[in-house]
Design a protein around this ligand. Structure first.
Ligand code: RAM
Length: 369
């Protein structure tokens, strides 16, 4: 095999020989090494990176227990903010009374209109279950919030707080308000069929029976105001007439607690009968300051709506399926929170806040509802 000597290399070798043979100064032309011939690399246009398109979020329908309840308006605002942040279009529709029979047609219409997700607070867990299962069979994601549909009739239920914790919190607040944690207490609830209300009342009974600390408290009645201001007022008045020794009305509903506090005030029973439960800071601030309801609790309802919508988006995208142990993160305006889906597909927003004279003004401002 022959190696070709490049021509210029040969010429350079020749110059060295000549310089070595003679002492005479020989001027030689400088050896110019030509630039190597560079074959330009072919221009390769990189293949575009193809990211599979995320499914469009589409239309999400929010169905509260009832539409004319300020609590659900706040949750809807939170969900609207999430729709702005995460995409999709959101509508809220629902019955004007907290009634499952009236709630079902809204679920059916959302199914016919091929919503991508339904976010629903159940007026009655089992009554609305078949309509929700039909929606799921049609490929619609179902997210329960606030009041749970029956198991198997939702993909994820967004619970506002731990149920047993709410029950214990309600009893503890009644214990604080009743003189020496003693006397008759009664519950003014919402609809008789409301899953969340009934679960909290059951948890209250478990708490009352489970600790001698509460032995002095006697639960004498549970009545239902249907989350209707007029019915709640009548029920509160009836409680006071039927139980003249009543010390505390516990109302785990934002509508009932206001009605009860108004009745106590109007009947000049301030300081004799106390009200507690779950209410909004704005709705209750005057009664905290007026002494009718020194302490009560709630969660951030705006965040509840935001979380429910974020879960719907993750289900639509397929990021989560609603399986126990799945993790996801939600970016609230206040910061990111990590969540894990628990037993029965339940996600818990977080612990509730307790309001009293010391912090109520601050919460009226920070919550804004
Ligand atoms: C009412 C509704 C709702 C409940 C709140 C605290 O507005 O009954 O379901 O979670 O109060």
């Amino acid at each position: 095999m022959f190696h070709r000597v490049p021509r210029m290399a040969a010429a350079a070798a020749l110059v060295f020989v000549m310089a070595g043979c003679s002492s005479a100064a020989v001027t030689t032309a400088p050896v110019v090494t030509p630039a190597p011939v560079v074959t330009p690399a072919p221009v390769v246009t990189p293949a575009p990176v193809v990211t599979p398109a995320a499914p469009a979020i589409g239309s999400v329908v929010m169905i509260p227990k009832q539409v004319n309840n300020p609590y659900f308006d706040v949750a809807f605002k939170g969900a609207q903010q999430a729709a702005t942040d995460l995409g999709g279009t959101l509508t809220q529709v629902g019955p004007s009374a907290a009634d499952a029979t009236q709630q079902i047609p809204f679920i059916q219409t959302a199914t016919t209109q091929k919503a991508s997700a339904i976010i629903v607070s159940a007026d009655d867990a089992t009554a609305i279950a078949p309509a929700l299962q039909a929606a799921m069979a049609a490929g619609i994601k179902v997210v329960g919030y606030d009041s749970s549909p029956a198991k198997g009739a939702y993909n994820v239920f967004v619970n506002q707080a731990d149920t047993a914790g709410i029950g214990k919190g309600l009893v503890d607040m009644a214990c604080t308000e009743a003189p020496s944690c003693t006397g008759e207490i009664a519950v003014l609830s919402a609809a008789q069929t409301a899953t969340n209300q009934n679960a909290w009342i059951d948890a209250m009974k478990t708490t009352l029976a489970g600790d001698t600390k509460y032995a002095g408290l006697k639960l004498v009645a549970t009545v239902y105001g249907n989350d209707d201001p007029a019915i709640s007022t009548t029920q509160a008045q009836a409680l006071l007439s039927a139980h003249p020794n009543l010390k505390v009305i516990v109302s785990p509903t934002t509508v009932g607690i206001v009605a009860a506090a108004q009745v106590v005030k109007a009947k000049n029973l301030t300081g004799k009968v106390f009200v507690t439960g779950l209410g909004t800071p704005k709705g209750m601030v005057d009664f905290v300051k007026g002494g009718q309801a020194p302490v009560f609790a709630l969660w951030n309802v705006t965040d509840l709506g935001y979380l429910a919508y974020a879960v719907a988006v993750d289900l639509i995208n397929g990021t989560i399926k609603g399986t126990v142990g799945e993790k996801f993160t939600v970016k609230f305006a206040s910061g990111s929170v990590d969540y894990t889906i628990g037993a029965d597909g339940v996600v818990v927003l977080g612990p509730p806040f307790v309001f009293d004279a010391k912090n109520i003004d601050q919460f009226v401002t920070s919550f804004g509802f």
